[in-house]
Design a protein around this ligand. Structure first.
Ligand SMILES: Cc1ncc(COP(=O)(O)O)c(C=O)c1O
Length: 251
C-alpha cells in the first residue's frame, strides 16, 4: 500500500511513522532517515511526556521537504484529544491517519483516512477479508461517532481524567509518594517515581485491582465517557486504601 501511495504523492518517496507509542515506546526514526535541522533533536520520550511546542510542525515541514508521507497511528489516542483526530490538537496535517477501536466503541472496524491526492492510488490496492462488509460494526461506528460528537467526548474524557488524576496525585503526596502523571488526561501514564525496584508502583496497582479499580502498572490508562462521578469517588477511595497498604509494606 505504501509503495502505491508514494506513486500518488508527488515528490513523496519515503514514509515515516508519525505519532505513536506502540508497545510502550515512541519510535521516532527521522534521525536515521536524514539529517535533522540544527537545534532539533529527536526527543527520547520518557513516560508519556507530550511533545514540546512546535515539535510536530518541525516534523511536518521535514516531511514536506524530504518527500516523506507523514502517517499518524491514532489507534490508541483517536478522539481522546479532538474529534477530528489528535493532529488537530497538535496543529499539524498528516497525509494518512489510521483509526480503529475508538471508531465503533469496541466493534471490529478500522479506517485509513488520507489526503485526496493519495486516494486514487490507495483505491488501486486490492485487499479483502471475510468480515469487512459486516453491517453491524459500520452501524455501530456511525452511531458512536454521532454520540461522541454530541457529548463532546474528548472534552468530557479530559475533564474526568483531570479530576481523577489531580486527586490521585494529592492522595499520593499525603502518603509521601510522588505520583508522576504524563500524557493527556484522557490517556495518562502513571508512575510512582521514588520506586527504583518498580515493585512499589506495581504493588499499589495490584492492591487497587484487588479492590475493584483495575489499574495497569506499565501501560497507558484510558478514560471513557462512561466513567461517572461515582466511579471517580469509589476509585479514589480504593486508591487511598491501597496507598495505606503499600505504605505499611514499603514504608
Ligand atoms: C497505537 C496502536 N497501533 C496499532 C495497534 C494494533 O492494532 P491491532 O491489534 O488491531 O492490529 C494497537 C493495538 O492496541 C495500538 O495501540
Amino acid at each position: 500500500m505504501l509503495r502505491r501511495l508514494r506513486a500518488g504523492a508527488p515528490g513523496r518517496t519515503r514514509h515515516a511513522p508519525g505519532k505513536g507509542r506502540w508497545k510502550g515506546r515512541w519510535r521516532p526514526s527521522f534521525s536515521k532517515t536524514f539529517p535533522l535541522p540544527p537545534g532539533f533533536s529527536v526527543p527520547v520520550f520518557a513516560d508519556n511526556e507530550m511533545p514540546a511546542q512546535g515539535y510536530w510542525q518541525t516534523i511536518e515541514s521535514l516531511c514536506r521537504r524530504h518527500g516523506i508521507v507523514l502517517i499518524v497511528d491514532d489507534i490508541r489516542h483517536g478522539f481522546r484529544l479532538d474529534m477530528r483526530g489528535s493532529h488537530e490538537a497538535f496543529g499539524f496535517r498528516p497525509d494518512l491517519i489510521c483509526l480503529c477501536k475508538v471508531l465503533a466503541n469496541g466493534y471490529p472496524i478500522s479506517a485509513l483516512l488520507g489526503a485526496d491526492s493519495l486516494k486514487d492510488e490507495a483505491a488501486k490496492v486490492f485487499h479483502t477479508g471475510s468480515y469487512w462488509f459486516s453491517a453491524v460494526p459500520m452501524a455501530a461506528a456511525l452511531a458512536n461517532l454521532r454520540l461522541m460528537k454530541e457529548m463532546d467526548a474528548p472534552s468530557r474524557m479530559q475533564e474526568t481524567g483531570r479530576r481523577l488524576l489531580n486527586s490521585l496525585v494529592d492522595l499520593a503526596r499525603d502518603y509521601g509518594y510522588d505520583l508522576k502523571v504524563t500524557g493527556a488526561p484522557s490517556m495518562p501514564y502513571l508512575r510512582i517515581t521514588d520506586d527504583p525496584s518498580l515493585m512499589l508502583h506495581q504493588d499499589w496497582c495490584g492492591e487497587c485491582t484487588r479492590r475493584g479499580a483495575y489499574f495497569t502498572s506499565h501501560h497507558n490508562w484510558f478514560l471513557s465517557t462512561a466513567h461517572t462521578e461515582e466511579d471517580i469517588r469509589r476509585t479514589l477511595e480504593i486508591a487511598q486504601d491501597a496507598f495505606r497498604v503499600v505504605e505499611e509494606k514499603h514504608g
